[in-house]
Design a protein around this ligand. Structure first.
Ligand code: FES
Length: 62
C-alpha cells in the first residue's frame, strides 16, 4: 500500500524511515520524500509515527 501517492512511497518504506530516526513528518519527507507533495498523506505519516511509538515504547525513550 502506498503511504504517499505523490512520490509513490510505500508504507513499508515510511516505517523503515521512522525506524531509522525520522520521527516527524518533515524528517520523513527529508528521508524518503513522503509528504512533500500535495500534503494529503501527512496525517497518515503522523499516525504512522504515533503507531511506531505506541508499538515500541523503548524507542520513545531513546
Ligand atoms: S500523497 Fe503524499 S504528498 Fe501527496
Amino acid at each position: 500500500m502506498y503511504a504517499c501517492i505523490c512520490h509513490g512511497v510505500h508504507d513499508q518504506e515510511v516505517r523503515e524511515c521512522i525506524r531509522a530516526g525520522a520521527h516527524t513528518e518533515d524528517a520523513i519527507g527529508d528521508a524518503c520524500e513522503a509528504g512533500t507533495g500535495c500534503g494529503n498523506c501527512r496525517e497518515r505519516l503522523a499516525d504512522m509515527i504515533e503507531n511506531y511509538f505506541a508499538s515500541e515504547p523503548a524507542a520513545a525513550a531513546a
